[in-house]
Design a protein. Structure first.
Length: 579
């Protein structure tokens, strides 16, 4: 019997005015019926190009299939070469025999159609059914993917659902025609660890029930161990290693595979330098060993406990919040009077000590980003007090806060949307220097920006480039440089590594640790990933539904959590087979 899918010697180029980019270089792989194969690699490795090539979804031009074949053999019949099929034949295969779940559900779902109508559309396109039967099948699929209130969600629009719920709608749409092959392109990258785990289990459960094959695309080898039986590792358009997941983790052969395993924070002691891909690729025969031991509760915990006691005795508090609340009206009268409130932050109090890193962790919607922005008065608190260096920020008018702005900075979650696409990165970093009238001339400001670029491992020649010319990791470095331009004492990092590849994430975490030692600033590090927060933080504060669920030293909260909510967050972390 033929394999379900066979890719033979596939090469794909992208042709642009600046030259030819070799996206795929002579790759070959097979997918058998009923198996889950993980396609692993960083951004730019060729994973998504491979998956889009299967359904011929790449725009041509600029994409060009230089060589190779993609054979699809459904139900044991003779294989058909998808690259040689007409557009109309492919339309009968897409969404029907081969379905795909895309990375970002919000941009994949139509904002002007209800979720139910979009799934119904897929069913009616490929099956000769009445609208009434298609509607019932859609509701049945919403039940199978465990959406709450399936009939209610049928009539809701994508913006009315959470990220995890939107992803479940995408899964229901992809599964609605019961395909033989399901392609999942980074379906859990930006989700909370708890939502990620439920989505992974759901995909695996549906695969076992239907017997379909799954290609699961991800950059995180920890996720691979949760779902796949076999892994294919890609690097710069080539397949560098493929084997069973157990063998990949226990005996990785290629330096790049070793690097992907080693650079995950979950495998390392708090604060130690994370290895990066270049460490392995440049080491040659002297490749570093992959860490295989679990990180343990370190002596640093007791050391920091003593430090915390010293800080408290010296009243060395940089920032504090007292009974802070941020409420948003969720229901109003006809005349605009609030009737009901969403309590994003609800009566919380805490302190941040000088030179420490406080990790703020919790699922989406717990209030951590709202809290971070309220501390900077970017969102006005409903009640409560905020003190910074003994100054009550909540008692100040907005124009009176201007002098303090340069001392308190924020690194936003999405660096691309926080950079002006019309400004060069040099101008973007120099802008706060001009606003606060720091340094007398344009030349001295440019020298300062070049110095900052070099501090964050970028180059002077990047000064005149625009944000779109950089990778995600480089853009994150740019916004960190902009935050450091005014030499602040306090920085809030809001999900600053959540959407990055694991190796790029390791570079940015190393950079933050180095800069913190060099500049001596205090950090609130906001994230939904407890393994990352444990690695970089001195203390951790866990938020849930606007309240502080638990707080304590980083290792203590991570290794001996007290609350059930924290235990559930930790249990959801994909650990892989190395720990």
């Amino acid at each position: 019997m033929h394999p379900l899918l066979t890719i033979q010697n596939l090469s794909v180029d992208f042709i642009a005015e600046t030259g030819i980019s070799h996206a795929l270089k002579n790759i070959s792989l097979t997918i058998n019926r009923g198996e889950i194969v993980a396609l692993v690699g960083e951004s730019g490795s060729g994973k998504s190009v491979t998956s889009l090539s299967i359904l011929q979804l790449l725009p041509s031009p600029p994409a060009k299939y230089v060589s190779g074949d993609i054979f699809f053999s459904e139900d044991g019949a003779g294989p058909v070469n998808l690259l040689k099929k007409s557009r109309y034949t492919l339309q009968s295969i897409r969404g029907n025999k081969i379905a795909m779940i895309f990375q970002e559900p919000m941009s994949s779902l139509n904002p002007v159609l209800t979720c139910g109508d979009q799934v119904m559309e897929a069913i009616l396109t490929h099956k000769q059914l009445s609208k009434a039967i298609a509607r019932q099948q859609t509701i049945d699929w919403f039940e199978k993917v465990k959406l709450p209130d399936p009939e209610g969600i049928f009539d809701r629009y994508p913006h009315q659902l959470s990220g995890g719920q939107k992803q479940r709608v995408m899964i229901a749409m992809a599964m609605s025609c019961q395909p033989s092959l399901l392609i999942c392109d980074e379906p859990t990258t930006a989700l909370d660890v708890t939502v990620q785990k439920t989505i992974l289990l759901l995909i695996k459960e549906l695969q076992q029930q239907s017997g379909m094959a799954v290609i699961f695309i991800t950059h995180d080898l920890g996720v691979v161990a949760e779902v796949a039986g076999r892994a294919v590792v890609m690097y710069k358009g080539e397949i560098v290693e493929q084997n069973t997941v157990k063998e990949i983790f226990s005996n990785p052969r290629h330096p790049y595979t070793k690097a992907l395993i080693a650079c995950r924070p979950v495998n390392h002691q708090r604060g130690e330098r994370l290895p990066v891909v270049s460490d392995f690729l440049e080491a040659g025969s002297q490749m570093p060993e992959v860490r295989k031991a679990k990180p343990k509760m370190t002596d640093q915990a007791s050391g920091f406990r003593d430090l915390t006691s010293d800080i408290r005795s010296q009243t060395s508090v940089l920032l504090s919040a007292e009974h802070l609340s941020v409420w948003f009206s969720s229901k109003k009268t006809f005349f605009g009077k609030p009737l009901e409130f969403t309590k994003a932050v609800d009566d919380i109090s805490f302190e941040v000590y000088k030179n420490e890193t406080l990790g703020l962790v919790g699922e989406s919607g717990c209030g951590k980003t709202t809290l971070g922005r309220a501390l900077l008065r970017l969102i006005e608190p409903t009640r409560g007090k905020i003190f910074y260096n003994g100054i009550e920020l909540t008692a100040k008018k907005k124009d009176e806060l201007r002098s303090l702005r340069k001392d308190i900075q924020i690194v936003f979650q999405d660096p691309y949307s926080s950079l002006n696409p019309r400004l060069t990165i040099g101008s973007a970093i120099a802008e706060p220097l001009k606003v606060h009238k720091i340094l007398p001339s344009g030349k001295t400001r440019k020298d300062k920006v070049v110095e900052l670029l070099e501090r964050v491992d970028l180059r002077a020649e990047h000064f005149n480039r625009y944000p779109h010319e950089f990778s995600g990791g480089q853009r994150q470095r740019i916004v960190i440089a902009r935050a450091l331009a005014l030499n602040p004492s306090f920085i809030i990092c809001d999900e600053s590594v959540s959407a990055l590849d694991v190796s790029v994430q390791a570079q940015v975490l190393n950079l933050l640790n180095n800069l913190k030692r060099e500049f001596g600033f205090t950090v609130i590090f906001i994230s939904h990933d407890l393994s990352v927060v444990r690695y970089i933080s001195d203390r951790i504060m866990v938020m849930n539904k606007g309240k502080i669920e638990e707080s304590g030293l980083a290792d203590e909260v991570y290794f001996t959590p007290r609350s059930e909510y924290t235990k559930r967050l930790i249990a959801s972390i994909p650990r892989g087979l190395t720990v």
